[in-house]
Design a protein around this ligand. Structure first.
Ligand code: BG6
Length: 492
């Protein structure tokens, strides 16, 4: 069912890359599908002195090729208004208030407001404060703040940021974006786990041997090296996306499928992560940086990167979740830039048969795989009888369900899904503050251990562009007698 939404979006950072690449196309899709109709408007703000006309041109450009007719694109763009805005100048909020009131009336929005903070987190506090003090929040509708990542730089800065926002907006009105939670196959984890008795019964340390999560990227840091130098892969990918996936895989079943209950269980799962000592970090975590190879330059040769940078562009680790269901199950994770391929994949490796009665050498364990990107698919590796004239052989076969082109064309992009959820006030796929808290608590311990440990310049950078990371990332599993199920460098 298409429920028409009424909302005024105020986007701080309206001229930015994210707004143009993700937000405007997503809003346009919601418009085309009828979720947004007459009763919506967008105020884009940023420091640049743009006119409304120019802003609407930018919006039209960002949706170019998606429109059915030019008139449709024009009509959509006509809902966009620009205000040049210095976030620290109180007078600018006075103008913003007037514009917001005018648009609320013109489009009969009923006071619903979504404040999208797509700019430096440094300004979030002052923006939220002014939204309250200048009465830009309404009394007759909802007022929700959508916050882009990164949410802090470490636990202390995240606490500060959260305090700055929550002084003015209660937790239930704060929507922290993690775009991975808008991906179809990530959302599928709950469907498979809680919709199939088969897996409900097996989803614990009695039957699962280990879990492997890979977020591999073929691209390098592109034009974002300035940010990446201060972030590194641990903060950029592990603190948010990977730990969110860990939470979805290891959480207990929620009592109901609602945002409150689901997030409660995710919080407990993240709380159960074992926070490592420096010695445990050494044993369980590997960092890497790409060096030139396969026609690509090394990280240190990228623009805006220090020639002696030790920023990690790769992380692999083994996590322990100290819960009743998952204690003792290693959760292996890895992510990196300039790897062999773009591939986001989760492999749940089940324990092997306790006894092999077949006279056929080794039989392989069952593996349930979620292929998130680039092609959404799920598969299950099973053993079955090999067809033969004589004897009784066992071979492994994989049952696969892939989203075909038609289904993929129908699948909303992550941002589109998340924006609609925020419009509806459904926080299921947004990160609760306590999830952020426990994620930083875990990540900080690794970061601090690494920052204290001197990197051996002889061995860093340590993996070639186009590989699947440093050897140590393979050794991490090998020393437990395991291996990465996803090994694109050795696949036929
Ligand atoms: C972002 C990171 O959160 O996720 C980027 O900041 C990364 O560095 C991106 O490239 C990956 O997202 P996706 O959806 O392409 O896997």
């Amino acid at each position: 069912m298409t429920t028409k939404q009424k909302a005024l979006f105020i986007i701080f950072g309206g001229t930015g890359d994210l707004a143009q690449r993700k937000l405007y196309p997503s809003l346009f899709n919601l418009y085309k599908k009828g979720f947004l109709n007459e009763n919506f408007a967008v105020i884009g703000t940023a420091r640049r002195p743009w006119s409304n006309d120019h802003y609407q041109d930018v919006v039209r450009n960002s949706i170019s090729g998606m429109e059915d007719t030019a008139q449709q694109a024009n009509e959509f763009a006509s809902h966009f208004y620009y205000q040049s805005h210095n976030v620290t100048d109180t007078n600018h909020y006075v103008t913003l208030f007037e514009l917001a009131q005018k648009l609320d009336e013109k489009y009969q929005i009923g006071g619903n407001r979504l404040f999208y903070l797509a700019m430096s987190p440094h300004f979030f506090g002052t923006i939220c404060e002014h939204l309250r003090s200048q009465n830009i929040v309404t009394a007759n509708g909802y007022n929700r703040v959508i916050v882009e990542k990164p949410f802090g730089h470490d636990l202390a800065s995240a606490i500060q940021l959260n305090d700055d926002i929550c002084k003015f907006f209660p937790e239930e009105d704060v929507f922290r974006i993690d775009h991975y939670l808008g991906k179809e196959m990530i959302q599928n984890i709950a469907a498979v786990r809680f919709g199939n008795n088969l897996f409900k019964a097996l989803w614990n340390n009695r039957y699962i041997d280990n879990i492997q999560i890979t977020l591999s990227e073929a691209l390098g840091v592109e034009e974002r090296a300035g940010y990446y130098e201060t972030s590194g892969c641990l903060r950029d990918m592990v603190q948010n996306h990977i730990l969110q996936i860990v939470a979805l895989l290891t959480m207990n079943a929620p009592v109901t499928f609602s945002d409150v209950d689901i997030r409660q269980e995710k919080i407990s799962a993240l709380k159960a992560l074992q926070v490592y000592t420096p010695q445990e970090v050494k044993e369980n975590f590997v960092r890497g940086q790409y060096t030139q190879g396969n026609g690509q330059v090394g990280y240190r040769q990228e623009n805006q990167v220090a020639k002696d940078s030790v920023t990690e562009t790769f992380v692999a680790g083994k996590l322990h979740v100290n819960s009743m269901s998952f204690a003792g199950v290693p959760i292996y994770v890895r992510s990196g830039k300039r790897l062999a391929t773009k591939g986001t994949r989760i492999d749940v490796v089940f324990k092997n048969m306790p006894n092999n009665i077949f006279d056929c050498g080794q039989i392989l364990p069952n593996v349930l795989t979620f292929n998130v990107d680039p092609i959404p698919a799920m598969s299950l590796r099973l053993n079955s009888k090999a067809v033969s004239q004589e004897g009784y052989g066992i071979e492994d076969n994989t049952l696969t369900y892939t989203h075909d082109n038609a289904l993929r064309a129908q699948t909303p992009e992550a941002y589109e899904k998340l924006l609609l959820d925020a419009l509806k006030g459904d926080a299921t796929n947004f990160t609760h503050w306590q999830e952020v808290y426990y994620s930083w608590r875990f990540v900080d311990a690794i970061r601090q251990a690494w920052d204290q440990e001197k990197i051996d310049v002889e061995t860093f950078p340590n993996y070639e562009c186009g590989s699947m990371g440093p050897k140590a990332a393979f050794d991490l599993l090998a020393k437990d007698g395991n291996h990465w199920e996803f090994d694109p460098c050795h696949e036929g």
